[in-house]
Design a protein around this ligand. Structure first.
Ligand SMILES: *Cc1c(COP(=O)(O)O)cnc(C)c1O
Ligand code: SF4
Length: 397
């Protein structure tokens, strides 16, 4: 598979929804109201493969089907291997569970002191403030919680979580996630951020959101004002493939950047989507052009029904190696695996250290050449001239 970067064009336009007035198209509530949520709607728009048809039949038992018209336009309806399609259109493989797969692969439920708040690391918490998303990623690690299709009955209630953070001064960092926090109404988000900002020990507030990618229309000037008012608010978006880098996403990122929101990106390594060095390079370059710093590349979690999307982690290491030294350091994400069962994120790195002893460090560079860095300090000597200068200045005899 290869992907040719097209430098000139960033996808823009209403595509299949050309007949809709532009002001509707640009309205995020219109986009939400007109989401594709039923197999019949999908079939009106494209021909599904048998695997997809069966997947849609089961979808609402596992993780709801929902795609915004905006994001659907990125699907290549002619290509069954389209990387956008694999992310949001259900497939029958989702209903098979391999023995290693779990409903809560990162062991979050076991680290929740109060409902919706995961306190795993000493100084920071993950705060799940909603169970809804604008569209659903078929590999979602929280499919047990989002879209409410598994009967978890997860009803996020911020007050308990806020009180927990207020009463734990060791927490200096909060990550708002869900579901997607940016689906909350402006008023609620404003309230939530205001409450968090008022907690004196909280230094760092960030939001994990795929809204800029699924529903860039949500990034309104009013939303920008909220971030500006409660800033600094950091944000991690979730882009997996260069095709998702549209003009609309670029404009949403611009608006966020102007509201003082530093942007990072988290991608998931997915089979048939981005498990290719050329695609990943094109993605990270496009991200930098949108002022988004690639943050993490995740090994796909062992979520139930994900075997058709998971990739050998050696492929991820190979991709990172293909980037390091070959492109801008800012463009390179940290590859991580969320250790199954609650171990947290663990970095996965290609090996550049060939040898390290008390005497020397031996490394190889991006081009494969070896270099030595001696570790035994030799005895330093002053030059004759410096010695003479010091004698003259009467600092030594
Ligand atoms: C990912 C995660 C965080 C944030 O981790 P960073 O490495 O700081 O981005 C915090 N809590 C939980 C439970 C997480 O999964
Ligand atoms: S946007 Fe995030 S929380 Fe929502 S379905 Fe996708 S991965 Fe899951």
């Amino acid at each position: 598979m290869s992907y040719q970067e097209d430098r000139s064009s960033w996808f823009a336009g209403q595509g299949l929804w050309e007949h809709i007035p532009a002001e509707d198209w640009r309205n995020w509530t219109w986009q939400l109201k007109n989401r594709i949520t039923r197999v019949e709607q999908l079939e009106d728009l494209m021909e599904l493969t048998p695997e997809e048809k069966q997947g849609c039949y089961f979808a609402n038992k596992k993780l709801a089907l929902a795609i915004t018209p905006y994001f659907f336009n990125l699907v290549d309806t002619e290509d069954p291997h389209c990387p956008i399609r694999r992310q949001v259109i259900p497939r029958v493989e989702e209903m098979t569970t391999s023995p290693e797969e779990m409903l809560d692969p990162c062991g979050e439920d076991g680290n929740m002191p109060v409902p919706g708040l995961v306190h795993r690391y000493p100084d920071r918490v993950l705060f799940l403030v909603t169970d809804r998303c604008a569209a659903y990623c078929r590999y979602c690690t929280r499919s047990r919680l989002v879209s409410n299709s598994q009967g978890y009955d997860f009803h996020p209630e911020f007050e308990q979580g806020l009180r927990y953070i207020e009463s734990h001064p060791e927490i200096r960092d909060v990550l708002l996630s869900g579901g997607d926090p940016l689906l909350l109404a402006d008023r609620k988000l404003d309230y939530l951020l205001g409450r968090l900002r008022a907690i004196p020990h909280l230094e760092f507030i960030r939001i994990g959101s795929r809204i800029p990618v699924f529903l860039p229309q949500r990034i309104t000037p009013e939303l920008g004002d909220i971030f500006d008012r409660h800033g600094p608010i950091w944000m991690s978006i979730h882009v997996n493939h260069p095709k998702e880098c549209t003009l609309e996403l670029k404009e949403a990122c611009d608006r966020l950047a102007k509201a003082g929101v530093p942007l990072g990106n988290q991608s998931v390594l997915l089979k048939g989507v981005n498990d290719d060095a050329g695609i990943m390079k094109s993605l990270v370059h496009r991200l930098l052009r949108m002022r988004v710093r690639p943050y993490y590349l995740y090994q796909c979690d062992l979520i139930t029904g994900s075997s058709h999307l998971r990739v050998d982690p050696r492929k991820g290491l190979e991709i990172i190696e293909s980037l390091r030294g070959h492109t801008t350091g800012y463009a390179i994400p940290q590859f991580v695996v969320d250790a199954p069962g609650g171990g947290g994120k663990v970095p996965l790195n290609p090996e550049y250290v060939k040898k390290i002893t008390d005497e020397e460090l031996v490394v190889r560079n991006f081009a494969g050449k070896e270099y030595r860095y001696p570790l035994k300090a030799g005895v330093g000597q002053l030059s004759q001239q410096d010695k003479a200068d010091l004698v003259e200045a009467q600092y030594i005899d």
